[in-house]
Every structure is written in structure tokens, then in C-alpha cells.
Design a protein around this ligand. Structure first.
Ligand code: FAD
Length: 563
């Protein structure tokens, strides 16, 4: 059987199906890999895509689900780094500003422009002049498109766009474009593209040991399948440590954690129903302590974040504390005084860990978000820091290092990065200019299949061009949905997730593939039992597995809802 034949254009992607975990492990062991990436967050996914599209043979493992670390817990903005401007870091503003355009063009289904309002007040951090000059520089440095350049709003215009913001001392606002994304879906789409190009990627595969040759050069990893408990040895010429907040743990395993190390900070977001926090305009505002906080509308919800506090707890399991909730409530109530939001209004919340590089004497929010590559004497390549926004460029830089090593050591020449103009999975609509007409076409198709306009619109944004596969699954599962007593659309998405996006546990589906546990908790309550029942049968879980996965989902629900 030749299971490496992957299909770029619509065939079933068998190597990214949870039904084929054993085959993926077999390939990872038998292929002689050029590069093995440890970590399937946005950093690892980007590296896998960059390397495989240069012609390298690539594998990727993650000990949890893909994007289960920081890459599903961010503010979900592809942003040009206004905060770097405040720190006078012009090079970074310019670089990330340009990158956000590329991220948008390559996946316009999952990333979209979002006009952001920056209100200014008498005696606030920024006055109108500073805001205007700052945003003007931002437009220039980030190469912002003409129709997306900043506009200054009067007090009246500001109140019209955001009627609930504090009026006392309000002088006006800067109005500029950022981009909103779904971080976990962005990660999955990048990874799916890497797999389409021939990479092998598997979740729930934990690196427990690093392997070395006689010269003490790193040559592979020992990996334990977290589902079966089976251990495998995977060899590769180059091992890349893209484990985000876990980077130092891997460096410790490699006995190379000298010099710089990580400084972890926690960031929390709270999610409210639009009924309690009606907001149609995203706002970036000064919190009561001078830090900047976002309030962003997202479908029927509004989310607010973030905090930035030193973190020393369990990296796998950051949770929202009472203090975090009080801080964000205070920030939001001081900006939107008529709301009087309380803890009871919080629908859900999530916490993430920033893998920052320690800088002595600096407060968490002052530490640079720049990325850095460390190469140990054994050859382990570690990458950390950085942002979701800059993932593609970070990946390019890491793979440039690897390509140089291959040239020097083996005389093999690989091309330069191919990802600047490469659509991610689902993004093949011919650029952002075509997205609206693509969406209209799909809505008509969805209506013909019997789907509502609202559902189809969400599906287009979630799956992009892969929505056609959801339509097919929807159509062919009509009888099965009745027999299995499960909502037809939920079934179609679940089957797609299992067969094409490596969904293995309910939390993969409810958190990373659909985002529902953070942004549509009622949908989770409504469908969780049907989803679990179906998954047990389809994936042949044991009773013990089912119990474990139900517990995991319930814990996540409890934590998110602050129960
Ligand atoms: P992760 O996503 O954490 O991935 C690391 C992966 O490695 C994990 O999935 C983990 O399971 C795996 N792993 C660890 N150890 C092992 C092992 N032994 N074996 C196998 N796998 C292993 N950036 C932006 O651009 N825009 C934003 O709006 C934004 N907002 C943010 C808000 C918050 C609160 C935070 C915390 C960050 C934010 N960021 C933002 C930054 C951005 O989210 C991160 O830079 C990015 O997600 C880091 O991705 P990563 O792949 O490096 O790490």
C-alpha cells in the first residue's frame, strides 16, 4: 500500500485522519526524515509547512492536540504590533505589519480585517496628537493598504460607533485596521497544508527522550503514543524544538538550558454574551492601571483580554483565577460604566501562557515578544518567543538555518522559502479580493443542500474551500444522523474533523476545531452527549477511554465557565 499519495485537490486526506494513527506512526518511523518538529502549535505547524514545501521530508509530533497549548488561547488578532511602536521597535512593527497582510491573503477564510478603535481621553496615555502620529507611523512602517489607513474620529463619531464607552473626558479616537483570526483553526489549516505536501503529523504523541548518535549529535526522539501507551523511536537528521512554553523542558532534556531562558506569563480572556455586553466595534483601551486591553465582538459574544502576570504553575493547565476575573471586570466596567458586569455575566473564559524570553528587571508586559533561535551543541534547534502574527516569517528563519546546515554538512541545496504566496488549507480562493464572491457562491450552495445562511456563513469562515467536503458529508449522512440520533450538521462537521483534521477526543472538536467551548458554550451543552456517543462507536473507544474523555471535557467546561 502506498499511503504517501496525498491529494492536494479534494481527495480524502488519509494521513490526517484519526482513523490512521498507526499508519502515520509507521511512516514517521520508516521514512528517513530530514526534519522532525516537536510541537504542533502555530510555530511548529509553520515550520513543517515551510520545510516540506522546500522539499524536505518532515514529521511533526504534539503531546496534546494540535494547537492545544498557547495557539488556541491568544487574543486571536493578527496585528501589526502597535505596542512595539510604543517601545520604539520600528523594525518589528515593519516586519509584523507586513506579515499580517500575508497571513490574511493566504487564508482569508480564517482571518479578516477588523477596524479597531483607540479612544483617547483628557489626561489619558495618548492624546489626539500622539495617537495620530503613532497611527500614521504605523501605517507607514507596516505598509498598510490605502483603504485601511488610520482615520481620526471626533468625540461624536466615537460615541456613535461605541455608544457604551465612557463619555467623561472623551476627546475622540484613532480608528485603524487589525485582523481577527481563529488561532487554533489557523494552526490546523497550516498543518493540513503541510500534510497535503507530504509531511507526517500526529497529535497525542509525546517526546519523552531525545536520542543521540556516537558523536553526541541529536539523531531522534522517543515518543509515547498518549492514546495507546506504545513507545516509538523516530529518527531525523534535524530535530526542531517548537514547544512554546515547554521549550526549556526540552532544552533541559538536551542538557543545554544555559544562558537565556523562558519567562512565562499568563494571559486571560473573558467571554460575555452580546446580550450582556453589546459591542459592534472592537476597542483597544487603557485599563485602570494603564495597561492596554481589548474588547472585541465575535459573533454573538464579546470577549475581553488580556491580563499579563508571571506564571509558575502547570503549563498544560493554566486557569482563570478570581483575581484575573476581578481585574478584567474592573477594566471593562471602568470603560463601559453602564454595563456593571459581574462574574455571573461571564459565559466562559480561557487562559494561555506566553513563552517570553526573560529580560532582567522588566515587568511582564515590558518584555519583548521577539522570537529567538537557540542551537545547542548536540544540534537541537529551539525556537521560542514571537507571535501568532509572525509565524510564517519565524518558520522561514528557522528553516533557513536548517537549509544552511544541510548545505554545509551534506552539500544538499534546498530552495528558499515558498510560503509567502502559498494559500493555507481552505484558503485557495485566489486571495482576499475573491473571498466575498466565493462566500456568496457557497451560501447559495448551502441553501440548496438545506442549510441556513447563518450556518453556511460560519462554515465558510471555518473551513474555507473545504466547505465542499462538509456539504458532501452533510448530504450523505442524512440517514445516519437519524439512526444515530445526532444533529446532521454536527455529524458532518464531526466526521470531517475525525477524517481530515485528526480529531480524536471531544475536547479537540469542541475547543480547537469549532471554538465552541470558548465562544458558543450552549452548543457544547446541547450536543456533547451525542458527539461522545458517536465518537465512541466510530473510533472504537473502550469504556475506560470514554470515561477519561468525558472527564477531560467536563473539566474544561468547568474551568472555562468558572464553575
Ligand atoms: P504552543 O501553541 O504552546 O505550542 C507548543 C506545543 O508543543 C503544544 O501544543 C504542546 O502540546 C507541544 N509540546 C510541548 N512539549 C512536548 C513534548 N514533549 N512532546 C510533544 N509535544 C510537546 N500573538 C498574536 O500574534 N496575536 C495575538 O492576539 C496574541 N495574543 C496572545 C494572547 C495571550 C494571552 C497569549 C498567551 C499569547 C498571545 N499571542 C498572540 C502569542 C501567540 O499566541 C504565541 O506566540 C503562539 O501561539 C505560540 O505558539 P507556539 O507554537 O510557539 O506554542
Amino acid at each position: 500500500m502506498n499511503i504517501k499519495c496525498l491529494n492536494d485537490h479534494g481527495g480524502m486526506n488519509i494521513m490526517f485522519s484519526s482513523k490512521n494513527r498507526d499508519e502515520v506512526f509507521a511512516q514517521l518511523k520508516s521514512e528517513s526524515l530530514d526534519v522532525l518538529v516537536i510541537g504542533g502549535g502555530i510555530t511548529g505547524a509553520g515550520i513543517a509547512l515551510d520545510a516540506v514545501t522546500r522539499g524536505m521530508r518532515v514529521g511533526l509530533i504534539d503531546m496534546q492536540d494540535f494547537a492545544a497549548g498557547t495557539s488556541s488561547r491568544s487574543t486571536k488578532l493578527i496585528h501589526g504590533g502597535l505596542r512595539y511602536l510604543k517601545q520604539l521597535d520600528f523594525k518589528v512593527v515593519s516586519e509584523v505589519g507586513k506579515e499580517r497582510e500575508i497571513v490574511y491573503e493566504n487564508g482569508p477564510h480564517v482571518t479578516s480585517p477588523e477596524w479597531m478603535m483607540l479612544p483617547f481621553y483628557k489626561a489619558g496615555t495618548f492624546g489626539p496628537l500622539m495617537t495620530n502620529v503613532g497611527l500614521l507611523m504605523y501605517d507607514f512602517l507596516a505598509g498598510v493598504k490605502k483603504d485601511e489607513r488610520r482615520v481620526m474620529l471626533s468625540r461624536e463619531e466615537t460615541m456613535k460607533k461605541a455608544p457604551l464607552i465612557k463619555k467623561d473626558g472623551l476627546k475622540g479616537a484613532g480608528y485603524y485596521v487589525e485582523y481577527k483570526t481563529d488561532d487554533a483553526r489557523l494552526t490546523i489549516e497550516v498543518l493540513k497544508k503541510a500534510v497535503e505536501h507530504g509531511a507526517y503529523a500526529i497529535n497525542y504523541a509525546k517526546c519523552t527522550h531525545l536520542l543521540y548518535d556516537d558523536a553526541n549529535t541529536i539523531s531522534g526522539v522517543k515518543v509515547t503514543d498518549q492514546i495507546t501507551g506504545i513507545t516509538h523511536c523516530i529518527e531525523a537528521k534535524k530535530i526542531i524544538n517548537a514547544t512554546g512554553p515547554w521549550v526549556d523542558q526540552l532544552r533541559e532534556m538536551d542538557r543545554s538550558k544555559h544562558g537565556k531562558s523562558l519567562y512565562l506569563t499568563k494571559g486571560v480572556h473573558l467571554v460575555f454574551s452580546q446580550k450582556d455586553f453589546p459591542l459592534s466595534q472592537a476597542i483597544y483601551f487603557d485599563a485602570h492601571d494603564g495597561r492596554m486591553v481589548f474588547a472585541i465582538p465575535r459573533g454573538e459574544q464579546t470577549y475581553v483580554g488580556t491580563t499579563d502576570t508571571t506564571y509558575t504553575g502547570d503549563i498544560k493547565h493554566p486557569t482563570t483565577s478570581e483575581e484575573d476575573v476581578l481585574y478584567l471586570l474592573k477594566a471593562v466596567n471602568s470603560m463601559f460604566p453602564s454595563l456593571s458586569l459581574t462574574k455571573q455575566h461571564v459565559q466562559s473564559s480561557y487562559a494561555g501562557i506566553r513563552p517570553l524570553i526573560a529580560e532582567e528587571g522588566k515587568d511582564p508586559s515590558e518584555i519583548s515578544r521577539k522570537d529567538e533561535i537557540f542551537i545547542s551543541t548536540s544540534g537541537l534547534i529551539s525556537i521560542t518567543g514571537g507571535k501568532l502574527t509572525g509565524y510564517r516569517k519565524m518558520a522561514e528563519n528557522v528553516v533557513d538555518v536548517v537549509a544552511k546546515q544541510f548545505k554545509r554538512e551534506d552539500g544538499i541545496l534546498y530552495s528558499s522559502s515558498q510560503t509567502k504566496y502559498l494559500s493555507i488549507a481552505g484558503g485557495e480562493v485566489g486571495g482576499s479580493k475573491n473571498f466575498e464572491s466565493f462566500q456568496r457562491g457557497m451560501i447559495n450552495k448551502g441553501l440548496a443542500y438545506g442549510l441556513s445562511e447563518k450556518d453556511t456563513t460560519s462554515l465558510v469562515k471555518r473551513y474555507g474551500t473545504n466547505i465542499e467536503k462538509i456539504f458532501v458529508l452533510y448530504d450523505e449522512s442524512r440517514n445516519e444522523a437519524v439512526e444515530e440520533n445526532i444533529d446532521l450538521l454536527v455529524l458532518a462537521e464531526l466526521k470531517y474533523g475525525i477524517q481530515h483534521e485528526c480529531v480524536y477526543k471531544p475536547i479537540d472538536f469542541f475547543i480547537r476545531r469549532t471554538g465552541a467551548l470558548f465562544f458558543n458554550i450552549d452548543w457544547v451543552y446541547k450536543h456533547k452527549h451525542d458527539v461522545i456517543r458517536y465518537m465512541k462507536k466510530y473510533l472504537r473507544w473502550t469504556e475506560k477511554q470514554m470515561k477519561q474523555y468525558i472527564d477531560e471535557l467536563d473539566t474544561c467546561i468547568k474551568e472555562a465557565t468558572l464553575a
